[in-house]
Each structure stands twice: as C-alpha cells, then as structure tokens.
Design a protein around this ligand. Structure first.
Ligand code: ADP
Length: 160
C-alpha cells in the first residue's frame, strides 16, 4: 500500500502555499490525503464541498495523481489513522507556526502515536488564507495567490 501522509487544514481557502506543500509531499509519499477539517478557533468561510471540488480540479490540472481530498469532523489523528496514514503533514512558514504546530504535533503523538512531518513554505511563506481573505474582502483580485479553480470559486461566491 505504501506510505500515506495526511495533510490536515482548514484550507479556507486553499492557497498556492498549500498547493506547494501538496506538490512536495506527493513526491515524498506514495499517497497524500488532504483533509479539510474544522479549526474551532476559526469560522468557516467557504462551502467545504465546493472547496473540495476546487482542490480536486487543481490536482487534475497539476497532474498530481496520488493525492485525494476528504472532509472530516473527527479528531485529526483519529481520521488519519482510520484512513491508514502513517504520518501527519504540516507546513511551516516561520517560528510562530513552529511553536503553534509543535503543540498540536505533540498532542497528536500522545493520542495516536502518529508523528508529524513539517515541510518548508519557502518563498510562499508570506501567504495565508487570512491574508487572501483580507484582499478578497476588499474586492481586490486574489488570482495570484490561489489556484485557478479556487479563484473561480471565490469569484462565484461573491455573486451568490
Ligand atoms: P489550520 O487552521 O489547521 O492551521 P490552514 O489551512 O491555515 O489550517 O493551514 C494548514 C497547514 O498549511 C498548516 O500547517 C499551515 O502552517 C500550512 N500553511 C499555510 N499556509 C502556508 C504556506 N503559504 N506555505 C506553506 N504552508 C502553509
């Protein structure tokens, strides 16, 4: 079956930063599961099913064929284990991310024995969903920061 990595996030919206992590990890693991979860500290802005479809479209456009997208409600480590993942994936932008991620990683390890593997954001480290939302809410174009299908979803969400 090979090594499965579980990349959890709010992906609200999914950005080019998230995509870069998916690309890197798809090269490292046999399979990557992108899990759209809920973060109790954040409110959900976009419809998860629509975001899932936009991410799937992006994977097709990028010719990434060993990644899949799921929506879950469970505790991340439980969901990851249930789906046969052996490692949790997170992206790191800076020291603040590191400190935040370490707490979560430690708890996940306690609960499930699953370790977390961090991937570097590199030159997209400035990008965050909240920064995209800031620009989007001001009515500006965000297509530089998100994959094409996500930009389309954001554009359509304005109308509805
Ligand atoms: P969460 O609410 O779980 O933090 P996010 O969707 O904000 O979910 O982020 C999911 C993961 O992707 C986190 O590990 C985050 O640090 C990482 N991430 C966010 N933006 C970037 C980026 N620009 N480059 C690399 N990793 C990123």
């Amino acid at each position: 079956m090979g090594m499965i990595g579980f990349y959890a996030g709010s992906f609200d919206p999914f950005t080019n930063g998230h995509l870069s992590i998916v690309k890197k990890t798809a090269n490292c693991f046999d399979k990557v599961i992108i899990g759209i979860g809920k973060n109790s500290e954040k409110k959900n802005r976009f419809d998860k099913n629509k975001m899932k479809k936009a991410i799937e479209e992006t994977l097709r456009e990028e010719k990434i064929d060993n990644a899949e997208v799921i929506i879950y409600d469970n505790l991340t480590s439980r969901e990851a284990k249930k789906r046969g993942a052996e490692i949790l994936i997170r992206g790191l932008r800076n020291g603040t991310d590191y400190q935040y991620e370490e707490t979560i990683a430690e708890i996940n390890d306690e609960y499930s024995g699953l370790d977390t593997c961090y991937f570097r954001a590199g030159n997209l480290g400035y990008l965050s969903s909240s920064m995209v939302m800031e620009i989007y809410s001001a009515g500006e174009d965000v297509s530089k920061f998100v994959p094409r299908a996500v930009a389309e979803l954001l554009e359509n969400s304005k109308k509805g």
